[in-house]
Write a protein that binds this ligand. Structure first.
Ligand code: PGA
Length: 266
């Protein structure tokens, strides 16, 4: 796991945006895995700036979002489809037909399971995900894979944990319906991505980040599964990295990597 520690959340967004630009510009038909939540908003803002500066086009890109709430229509302002349209898709040149967000508005289990299977098939048909962007929950979830999710799980219906429902309450008005179920990419689906970049910022995430990087491989911290991925990168601000035991070592590794890149190891 490559651990990159940068001074601020703004730096994390800029660094991650550069990684996305590299992937999109180096594949004729790029496939991105995308995330919602407050952390990636700054990433989408940075990518929109790159697009407006004509440094990137998403015309050939396909995207697959990690998850969607069950039981609200895609057009609802609280849906993750609406989030993606608002912060990213409506502001760039990606074709709507190439943007996949799990279809989860139905309340019929069979319909939802079919949608989950169709989503998996669509990823396969696209040739797999080149770069999957992730955030991390306070409880270590990735996507809506809550603690105890199987590392082999595929896209499916998931019951949200109390911790996640509480953490996401801030996005809902008082009295507004807040979904307790979601359709989420599975752990196995995420781990199939060719490369993974998890972004985390702020002190509140420090414990989850420590569990992910330095804790045991455990379904109690789903993000720890990234330890088993050959091309996983974790990009942190100083606050999110504040509990890491080997923080100095990760900074040292990055310095060495930089020197290697510049052709000098001394
Ligand atoms: P956040 O959510 O970016 O809003 O903190 C991250 C997540 O739950 O995956």
């Amino acid at each position: 796991m490559q651990v990159i520690i940068l001074p601020t959340a703004h730096d994390v967004a800029l660094y991650t945006a550069d990684c996305v630009v590299d992937v999109v510009n180096s594949h004729p038909e790029p496939v991105l895995g995308l995330a919602t939540g407050s952390t990636p908003i700054a990433l989408y803002n940075a990518l929109v700036r790159h697009y407006k500066a004509k440094q990137i086009s998403f015309a050939q890109t396909k995207s697959f979002n990690l998850d969607e709430y069950i039981g609200i229509p895609a057009t609802h302002r609280q849906s993750y489809r609406s989030f993606m349209n608002q912060y990213f898709f409506d502001l760039i040149d990606i074709e709507t037909i190439n943007t996949y967000v799990p279809l989860a508005s139905s309340l019929d289990t069979k319909v939802l399971m079919n949608c989950a299977q169709a989503f998996e098939n669509d990823i396969k048909l696209a040739g797999g995900i080149h770069l999957q962007i992730l955030g991390i929950g306070l409880n270590g979830h990735i996507g809506f894979n809550e603690p105890t999710s199987s590392f082999a799980s595929r896209t499916r219906i998931k019951t949200l944990s109390e911790s996640t429902i509480k953490a996401n309450q801030r996005f809902f008005e008082e009295g507004e319906f807040q979904p307790q179920l979601a359709l989420t990419m599975g752990m196995g689906t995420i781990l199939d991505s060719k490369s993974i970049l998890l972004m985390a910022t702020g002190k509140a995430k420090a414990q989850a980040v420590k569990n992910m990087i330095e804790g045991p491989l455990s379904a109690m911290c789903p993000a720890s599964a990234l330890q088993q991925h050959s091309t996983a990168m974790v990009v942190l601000d100083d606050d999110a990295a504040s509990l890491l035991e080997l923080k100095e070592y990760y900074l040292w590794c990055e310095k060495k990597r930089q020197q290697l890149h510049e052709g000098s190891l001394i």
